[in-house]
Design a protein around this ligand. Structure first.
Ligand code: ZN
Length: 280
């Protein structure tokens, strides 16, 4: 299944067309896209057993994040060896750095983003997983069953504030308004031949700057769910940014950052794309 947030309403995307869930379920499920994760098993069963009405065409710019208001967003740094090395860090031996992207920074897949004055704003294409079943002390072997689905994410990062001060300000530097686009929809894990091996790509003005595969994650999605859920419970609807491969602007020679007028396109195989344009 493909689950979307269309103009703030929970929507199924079927053959590229939108089916409104509240109407198709006669009110059994509310229109609130974030509320569905509390009833994820019931929703999956309904989606698999109900004859849906014909869908309607829609504009990608009307989509919001499929998880617009998670109680927790956990984001992972340095989770690909080539990115750790371009960032000047050793490959983490234990769990990599974990930070948050505050909820007010979350947006849909097609947006305009204001660049902070005096900043160096950078791109990080990432695979995003959304939690479908509460996870606490979950075994790696059972971890995928706690994932509602996968989406494309951009961990947009302002490097001056991220790296200033005696300890890095990862969470603030990555939480400006619009810095957390997620979408274009959530794809359930059963839709992938191998959800542990997906290609990620990112272009700036059409030039490819990042290309990687999630099989190269140091901590895979199941490993992250196991490691993180050993520390704290992961709640239905929580968002997990899994880390970015090499090719960010900070790691390039010379360094390169986003400028007004730039268009950033981020893609993950089998899911779709995000499209951000930047303004001063
Ligand atoms: Zn990141």
């Amino acid at each position: 299944m493909r689950i979307a947030n269309l103009s703030g309403r929970l929507t199924l995307v079927v053959d590229g067309l939108a089916v409104d869930v509240e109407r198709a379920s006669n009110g059994r499920f509310s229109a609130d896209p974030q509320a569905v994760y509390e009833r994820w098993d019931e929703f999956l069963h309904w989606g698999a057993t109900t004859g849906l009405p014909a869908g309607t065409a829609f504009e990608p710019a009307a989509l919001g994040s499929p998880a617009p208001a998670p109680r927790q967003t956990l984001a992972i740094g340095l989770n690909y060896r080539d990115h750790a090395s371009e960032s000047g860090f050793a490959t983490p031996e234990g769990l990599p750095p974990v930070f948050t992207k505050f909820v007010t920074s979350i947006s849909g897949p097609v947006t305009e983003v204001k660049l902070p004055a005096g900043g160096n704003t950078d791109w990080e294409v990432e695979l995003v997983a959304v939690v479908g079943r509460r996870a606490e002390g979950v075994d790696k072997a059972d971890a995928w069953s706690h994932v509602a689905g996968l989406a494309v994410g951009q961990d947009i990062s302002e490097r001056v504030s991220q790296l200033a001060g005696p300890a890095p300000q990862f969470s603030l530097g990555k939480s400006r308004p619009g810095f957390t686009p997620i979408g274009p929809w959530l794809v359930t894990p059963d839709e992938f031949d191998d959800p542990d091996d997906l290609e990620l790509r990112c272009t700036v003005n059409g030039e490819e700057v990042q290309k990687g595969r999630t099989r190269d994650l140091i901590f895979s999605v199941p490993s992250l769910i196991a490691e993180l859920s050993a520390v704290l419970p992961l709640l239905p609807g929580d968002v997990l940014f899994t880390g970015t491969p090499a090719g960010v602007g900070l790691g390039r020679v010379p360094q390169r950052f986003l400028a007004a007028g730039d268009e950033l396109v981020s893609r993950v195989e089998g899911i779709g794309e995000l499209r951000q344009t930047f303004t001063a």
